[in-house]
Design a protein around this ligand. Sequence first.
Ligand code: C2E
Ligand code: MG
Ligand code: MG
Ligand code: MG
Length: 287
Amino acid sequence: VAKESGKNRFHLFDTAQDDAVKVQRESLEAIRSALDNHQFVLHYQPKVNMRSGTVTGVEALIRWQHPERGLLNPIEFLPIIENNPMIVEMGEWVIDRALTQINQWQNMRLNLPLFISVNIAAVQLQQPDFTQRLTTLLAAHPNVLPSYLELEVLETTALDDVNHVSTIMNACMALGVSFALDDFGTGYSSLTYLRRLPANLIKIDQSFVRDMLIDADDLAIVKGVIALAKLFNREVIAEGVETIEHGAALLQLGCELAQGYGIARPMPADDIPQWVSNWKANEAWQV
Ligand code: C2E
Ligand code: MG
Ligand code: MG
Ligand code: MG
């Protein structure tokens, strides 16, 4: 009997594993078909300078307009393809779509330049021919200055070879594109990346910003990252600025750039021009 149930258990486990493989395969097929059927869209979240009251740019954030499940956030699909070549294909689509969008906003003659930040996966950046691919994408949008594009690299991803990545980043910067270190402070090599990677902007991770008003440790980290950015001559932006009070505290600490629900949620491209023309810095920030 014992042997029998042992066998059964093994059989159950085996089935569960088969199911997981099947689910993964079906998910990959669904994403493949979503790419082919143009179901991905970009939403844009404004980035502002709280002190000067200007909108400095927008971050492109991918969404899946799923025919049955509605608008899906990246957490629902990016992890499925993080080790699949589709992440590169999707990433190139995002850059191409973002450049098209900048061009459209330029043609509308908004009375400000709108810089666009695009998130890129580590595997995408580490492709041997990334610089060449980026050159091709930029060439397809001759009316867009490469300096309008910023690439956000996830600091949490273990970049295999810092030398290699910094070489690629320098080559891209020679094209005019700039870089940001995203989710700064959450990875294992934050300080190495800061020292070795030529990113102009550091994004303080939202997990530290969220509780900075109630948690002394988080506040210390926020202060530390702002100080590091200054010492290393980099710009710094706070992510996850959910309230006016967060903004005021950050301003007092010397961080003028901010992004978060307290300023604006990510929105469809069509809503951006109106939002930009209506936005005013909060009075609480004018100290
Ligand atoms: P991220 O680049 O750090 O982007 C910030 C995320 O925080 C976004 O989530 C944004 O909607 C959300 N957020 C912004 N302000 C606030 C706030 O005040 N409070 C809270 N709680 N959340 C806020 P989203 O759009 O779900 O994206 C999640 C992550 O997915 C991004 O984190 C980025 O790492 C990745 N991602 C998004 N789009 C792309 C893409 O096109 N390509 C790649 N490779 N990754 C992407
Ligand atoms: Mg980002
Ligand atoms: Mg981030
Ligand atoms: Mg993040």
